[in-house]
Design a binder for this molecule. Structure first.
Ligand code: DUC
Ligand code: ZN
Ligand code: ZN
Length: 486
């Protein structure tokens, strides 16, 4: 008889395609068997009455990252990974951010030093490129060889915005290596112009953050980013889509076969600009970019979640404490453009999506698995993660679908002093999180050692089913768009 290290028995297994009752046998951190009534096992985990799902893959988190202004996030790779694990995630992909003038080798060495000794979960990085100089472009093949196959660029923030030409350079190199370019799409000049007018009028309270970043700024930038990617037929991933118009562009382009991927985040489904207008400076807790919008936008984004516009729902965990180390690093009454930009949510992403999505009947359990795990694994090339299948890493989350709780700060297990989700009623909760067969969290207790997580080398993006677009002006096969005399 095969001797399993661990057997999870009695549970209902949910994958991105199926729902069935089965036991799971695990050997050496991998799923070795999925069957009825698996006997034995060095350790037996009773999942009766529970859902057994692929552990979440958090594909958008800012961990131990300095902002372009030099402000460090409140979570490092220990607290960030612990918080992720309490929220049902088995692995995560934070950003490794280049600051201008920095070599990529230095960026990666810096983040290796932050992640490897600390993470309790497997991890990879998306590389943020803020300075696509010739030497940086030359370094990129080495980054792909290392298995970092995605990076993020910005169309906004003066210290990050690489301009349309810089984006074309990055998209072109990325395409050559099978990498995926991710983009923060907001029109920089629109935002700066709005900020100037608001400052002149003395409109600096947190609530003006939302008004100063209009939906049009995102829609215009998404449209432009997609056009740039289409010109060179490169794949593109739009991060944190916050508008109905932006999501509609993604939907339309996907239908046209464009090599396009996208995510939205729980805050755009759960919060509105009214939260920015809470008394005093409370609204600062809800400052993130792009900003949270309104109820109509929430409804539209839910419809896009339901109908397949997004590969994933990610947290965009960008933790800055509600004190002088974070939100108020520039003073307790700082005007909104000087308040740290981002909110925490890595532990709440999946409970929120399960409760508001599955329990309220907006999405199926299979869609939940896809949006929380499988979609990110496929899009970002994590070959052995994101599924419950033989040979895959035993990255598993066991959920109690009937657990009811009110979200509290104590549930987050991060380094924050607030949660934007505090007080929300949540139905369904992860009770056990496993990574490569090791239990990380069980019944509210951390069971893993600091630094046990491993770097996950990733594969090139899979573009199956996405024919793309050939600009005739760049295509020798179409004579570069010139008419040929008959
Ligand atoms: N973009 C992010 O992805 N997160 C925080 C702030 C930002 O601009
Ligand atoms: Zn961003
Ligand atoms: Zn982000």
């Amino acid at each position: 008889m095969t001797e399993f290290d661990t057997v999870i028995h009695g549970g209902r297994v949910a994958t991105a395609s199926d729902l069935f009752d089965a036991d799971i046998g695990i050997i050496d951190g991998r799923i070795a068997a999925i069957n009825e009534n698996i006997a034995g096992g060095g350790r037996r985990i009773d999942a009766t009455g529970k859902l057994v799902m692929p552990g979440g893959i958090e594909a958008h988190a800012h961990i131990a990252q300095e902002s372009s202004a030099g402000l460090m996030t409140a979570d490092d790779y220990y607290s960030g990974s612990v918080s992720a694990a309490f929220g049902g995630n088995s692995s995560f992909i934070p950003f490794a951010a280049q600051h201008r003038g920095q070599s990529i080798a230095d960026v990666i060495a810096t983040y290796d030093g932050r992640a490897a000794p600390n993470s309790v979960l497997d991890y990879s990085y998306h590389l943020i490129i803020s300075d696509p100089s010739a030497s940086v472009l030359e370094e990129l093949p080495g980054v792909f060889a290392r298995g970092i196959t995605s990076f993020k660029v910005f169309m906004t923030y003066d210290l990050m915005n690489i301009g349309d030409g810089g984006m074309l350079d990055i998209l072109t190199v990325a395409k050559q290596h099978g990498a995926l370019t991710m983009v923060h799409a907001e029109n920089n000049d629109m935002l700066k112009w709005m900020n100037k007018r608001f400052a002149a009028a003395g409109l600096t309270a947190p609530k003006y953050h939302a008004v100063s970043r209009p939906e049009l700024a995102e829609e215009e930038a998404i449209n432009r980013a997609v056009s740039l990617a289409k010109l060179v037929d490169a794949p593109l991933f739009i991060v944190h889509v916050s508008t109905s118009g932006g999501a509609a562009i993604v939907q339309r382009e996907k239908l046209a076969g464009t090599k396009l991927f996208a995510e939205t985040c729980p805050q755009y489904l759960a919060l509105t600009r009214d939260d920015l207008d809470r008394p005093g400076m409370e609204g600062a807790k809800f400052i993130c970019s792009p900003p949270v919008r309104d109820k109509a936008t929430q409804d539209a984004l839910w419809r896009h979640v339901q109908s397949g516009t997004f590969e994933s729902v990610s947290s965009d965990h960008a933790p800055y404490r509600f004190d002088a180390t974070g939100k108020f690093a520039n003073g307790a009454d700082a005007p909104y453009p000087k308040i740290a930009n981002g909110m925490p949510g890595i532990a709440m992403r999946l409970p929120y999506l399960f409760s508001e999505g599955v329990v309220k009947g907006r999405i199926t359990l299979q869609q939940f698995v896809s949006l929380s795990s499988t979609g990110a694994a496929k899009t970002f090339g994590m070959a052995k993660k994101g599924a419950i299948a033989p040979g895959f890493d035993a990255d598993i989350a066991i959920w109690d679908p009937e657990a009811c709780r009110t979200a509290t700060l104590a549930d987050q297990h991060d380094n924050m002093n607030y949660s934007p989700f505090e007080g929300m009623q949540i139905e369904g909760w992860p009770v056990l999180t496993m990574n490569r067969g090791d239990i990380i969290v069980e019944n509210g207790e951390l069971k893993a050692d600091r630094g046990r997580g491993r770097f996950v080398p990733r594969k090139p993006v899979d573009l199956t089913g996405k024919p793309g677009y050939r600009a005739k002006e760049l295509d020798p096969a179409q004579n570069f768009g010139a008419e040929i005399a008959p």
